[in-house]
Design a protein around this ligand. Structure first.
Ligand SMILES: Nc1nc2c(c(=O)[nH]1)N[C@H]1C(S)=C(S)[C@@H](COP(=O)(O)OP(=O)(O)OC[C@H]3O[C@@H](n4cnc5c(=O)[nH]c(N)nc54)[C@H](O)[C@@H]3O)O[C@H]1N2
Ligand SMILES: Nc1nc2c(c(=O)[nH]1)N[C@H]1C(S)=C(S)[C@@H](COP(=O)(O)OP(=O)(O)OC[C@H]3O[C@@H](n4cnc5c(=O)[nH]c(N)nc54)[C@H](O)[C@@H]3O)O[C@H]1N2
Ligand code: SF4
Ligand SMILES: [Mo]
Length: 802
């Protein structure tokens, strides 16, 4: 658990003594900073009340919101007051433009107001109002019918990330489904499928150094990391990064096909790279490092397996090492010179040589990757290659360094509603749910990444989709998904629980309205991207829930009631009582916390900061690799993975897919290197996460659209070849569909590459063109080789004027 230590003091100590050893000796100092938010009180303007809530969307941050209410209407949303702490001094867990726009989400004309039953064809969006009793009785009956007819494996709870509640939402549904007999599980996420699956092979466990370490770095190298847009909270990682850079003045290099907001904000050098080619860049860097004797081979061989032949496992071919791959003595016989890498990546060979020398010469280089580089058809290889770079340059386990990953935050530790145990053990990769509807017989452990069983016994027949839009909008190849969902003989019943009439909601057979965050009561954690900072927030119902919207805790309790299980479901507690119960559990560990009656009106109740040692990935391993082995089979960093070599032999892979044991660069079908396909579709299209919305949440807030329009970025070279000017409406197309969207002609993107924000709501016109501008009309549903994850950034397209 957390050791409440002042970072500023630990940093000072470390700087003075200048070693990791000093950090290990840092003494815990008392640290406690409770938020200033006052209990509910009437404020100045006649009858205005201050209430406290939070933005529970999945951007990785968690901002508290001060909600100003008058006559049960939200009139304004403000940031909570500044907090003082020993690390940052005065700072604010400042919400971004999206959080501040929440009033428009709550009062949106798209709100679903009542329980609805489908009347038209599936997907048509025609519904009739029914009562809550009819709705909950219907679900209870469906649970019974489908389990009797097909078994519990036919029930699926779809991936979702719209609202990270603790006592309603996803844990409430999972608790109900477990209590009534279980459901088909999924593994992976749409966020991190490739990195979370590949990393254990190299590192054993996914960890990374907090950005606060950059206070000790002299060089920072980021691959596709765009914190200025993706981690925007004043209580989150972008704030930590800026403060750390202020302290160290480290030079920053950002490798990305786009000149991102982060390049601007961090005064970085931009190295534009072709999407999917980072592993080739790393091989080119390794070539210079090896040829110019810039690698401490004894050190690398002490900590790593398979860099050179001397540390290869017994079963490996003698020339299977990474060094053999790089120097051309491996199976492909190709030397990975900087010139070779330049052809693939688009980065000049001289710059690749220089970069290798700069990393080797740095005192403390922080190397990290965002999740964009891995959301590709060869993402697992990209991840492992980037992780190899700190390993072979010795920049890991020391102050100011990282291991190549993006760091999760340390959780504060607020419990979730207990979900119980799922009697069904079978699990599918979350990206393959459409295949589990369409071709369950093809879903096996050796072909499609099924876990917990050799194969699926039955397809998905009853699907729950709560606070998610991956039912249509956020999943690959929308036109294919539309057909699968429209066929009622495949998935027989679709239940959607939403705030708004989204593209996914229109495919519901039963559509239920949930409260928005601002109408809900909960006790929540600081989420996963708060960095070294963590805190706990109490949400109040800032207004009376409108129309007939309800909490999913109450909805699930009613469904349990229809099945005679209400008592088992609630254990005699209301949702508010569960929040209080969780608070008492936290308070047992943190006795300094105030009484619940005080805490529940405070908004941000408490905040803590991770210790310096907790912030350095692999610190123990670096100090003593034998005493603190990694969780890989060898206990070391596995540049060569025997486990992957074995798995590649056992699995049946689709033609063209490979799972190499070392981080080789693998060419993907949809890239600039496929000359057959680029003749038809010459542009590489990558998605990105825009500050204008969080996925598809907030996309229907018009004020945000004005501030940050959805446009496809195209380089002037490619635009002039197509006679396009900035603002022209274009068609972006491939064999999977056509998207209509304005273009932004800009030098901020590499020629040959185009980029589009993900999350726009799909909307087809009469000709089948997606005039909503959703990138997933163009993306593929085919998964990546190892994770069977979403390669939604890997696409070839052509663009023409609409
Ligand atoms: N504003 C906002 N914030 C968000 C979200 C949002 O939708 N909006 N979503 C949240 C969620 S759920 C997640 S998972 C994270 C996502 O965080 P990320 O996955 O890191 O975000 P992306 O924008 O997909 O990718 C980051 C960068 O990688 C670049 N990139 C793409 N392909 C490559 C490549 O092959 N090589 C290299 N070097 N760079 C590449 C992109 O251009 C982009 O600038 O963000 C979270 N934060
Ligand atoms: N092409 C492409 N596709 C992508 C990505 C990409 O980079 N490129 N990124 C992927 C990633 S990383 C992710 S995480 C997924 C995200 O995909 P999703 O997890 O589906 O996230 P959202 O699109 O934000 O949809 C969340 C839904 O929850 C609803 N919601 C919000 N609050 C509440 C609430 O309190 N109750 C209920 N019931 N509903 C609520 C919102 O209205 C919204 O419709 O998308 C993935 N799809
Ligand atoms: S979207 Fe993220 S950064 Fe913005 S207010 Fe919500 S939690 Fe904070
Ligand atoms: Mo995500």
């Amino acid at each position: 658990m957390l050791n409440p230590l002042s970072r500023r003091d630990a940093v000072k100590n470390a700087a003075k003594i200048g070693s990791a050893v000093a950090l290990s000796n840092a003494i815990s100092l008392p640290f406690s900073a409770t938020a200033q938010a006052a209990p509910e009180k009437a404020v100045t303007n006649g009858g205005e009340i201050v209430r406290h809530s939070a933005c529970l969307v999945n951007c990785g941050s968690r901002c508290a919101l001060k909600v100003i209410v008058k006559d049960d209407r939200i009139v304004r949303i403000e940031p909570e007051d500044a907090i003082d702490d020993a690390v940052f001094g005065q700072h604010q867990i400042r919400p971004c433009l999206r959080g501040r726009s929440n009033r428009w989400r709550v009062y949106s004309p798209d709100r679903i107001k009542y329980p609805l039953r489908r009347v038209g064809k599936r997907g048509e969006g025609k519904f009739k109002r029914i009562s809550w009793d009819e709705a909950t009785a219907f679900i209870a009956a469906e649970l019974k019918r489908v389990s009797e007819r097909y078994g519990r494996e036919a029930i699926y709870y779809n991936y979702q990330s719209g609202a990270y509640y603790h006592t309603q939402g996803s844990p409430a549904w999972k608790r109900l489904l477990n209590l009534t007999g279980g459901y088909l599980n999924y593994h992976n996420t749409y966020s991190t499928a490739q990195i979370s699956t590949a990393t254990p092979y190299t590192h054993g466990k996914y960890v990374g150094s907090h950005f606060t370490q950059i206070a000790h770095s002299d060089l920072v190298v980021f691959f596709g990391m765009n914190l200025s847009e993706t981690r925007m909270s004043g209580g989150g990682q972008v704030e930590e990064l800026r403060r750390a850079l202020e302290a160290s003045k480290a030079r920053v290099i950002i490798i990305d096909p786009r000149y991102t907001d982060s390049v601007i904000a961090e005064h970085a050098e931009w190295l534009p790279i072709r999407p999917t080619t980072d592993a080739a860049l790393v091989a080119g860097l390794a070539h210079t490092l090896i040829s110019e004797n810039l690698i401490d081979e004894a050190l690398v061989n002490h900590y790593c397996v398979g860099f050179d032949r001397s540390t290869l496992p017994q079963n490996a071919a003698p020339n299977a090492s990474y060094k053999d791959y790089v120097m051309g003595t491996g199976d492909d016989g190709v030397e990975k010179t900087p010139e070779w890498a330049a052809q693939i990546t688009g980065i000049p060979a001289t710059r690749i040589r220089q970069l290798a020398r700069e990393i080797a010469a740095a005192r403390a280089c922080y190397i990290g990757q965002g999740w964009g580089p891995q959301r590709h058809a060869n993402g697992e290889q990209t991840v492992r290659a980037i992780q190899t770079l700190p390993a072979i340059t010795g920049h890991f386990g020391l102050p100011g360094t990282n291991n190549g990953n993006w760091p999760y935050g340390t959780p504060y530790g607020v419990p979730l509603l207990p979900i119980g145990t799922n009697p069904v053990k079978t699990s599918i990769p979350c990206y393959l749910w459409t295949d589990a509807i369409l071709n369950p017989e093809k879903m096996t452990a050796l072909t499609m990444g099924v876990r917990g069983a050799e194969k699926l016994n039955v397809g998905i027949k009853l699907l729950f989709n709560q606070a998610g839009n991956t039912l249509l909008n956020q999943h690959g190849e929308i036109n294919r998904t539309r057909k699968i969902l429209a066929d009622e003989a495949l998935c027989e019943t679709i239940i959607v629980i939403e705030n708004h009439m989204t593209p996914s909601a229109k495919y519901a057979d039963l559509l239920l309205p949930e409260t928005s965050y601002l109408e809900a009561e909960d006790l929540v954690d600081s989420s996963y991207a708060a960095g070294s900072h963590n805190y706990m927030i109490a949400l109040q119902k800032t207004i009376t829930p409108m129309w007939e919207v309800r909490s999913t805790y109450d909805i699930c309790a009613d469904i349990a009631g229809h099945l005679g299980l209400r008592e088992q479901y609630t254990e005699g507690r209301t949702q508010a009582q569960w929040a209080e119960y969780h608070y008492q559990q936290v308070r047992e560990k943190r006795p300094y916390l105030p009484q619940w009656s005080v805490a529940k009106n405070k908004g941000i109740i408490d905040q803590q900061i991770a210790t310096e040692r907790q912030s350095i990935a692999f610190i123990d391993f670096r100090e003593d690799a034998a005493a603190h082995p990694l969780q890989t089979p060898s206990g070391k960093i596995e540049i060569y993975s025997q486990a992957l070599a074995d798995l590649a032999r056992q699995w049946t892979l689709p033609q063209g897919d490979r799972i190499p044991a070392v981080p080789e660069f693998c060419v993907v079908r949809e890239s600039h290197l496929n000359k057959a396909l680029t003749a038809k579709y010459p542009l590489q299209l990558s998605g990105f996460h825009t500050k204008g919305h969080t996925h598809s949440t907030y996309t229907n807030v018009l004020a945000l659209h004005e501030a940050v329009p959805d446009e496809v970025w195209i380089n002037p070279v490619d635009a002039s070849a197509r006679q396009l000017s900035c603002g022209d409406i274009v068609h972006v197309f491939n064999d999977r569909g056509v998207v209509e969207i304005p273009c932004k002609v800009t030098n901020r993107i590499l020629p040959g590459v185009v980029a589009m924000p993900q999350g726009a709501w799909t909307r087809l016109n009469n000709e089948g063109i997606d005039v909503g501008g959703c990138i997933n009309t163009l993306t593929s549903h085919l998964p990546s080789p190892l994770a069977k994850g979403n390669p939604q950034h890997t696409n070839l397209v052509e663009i023409k004027r609409a």
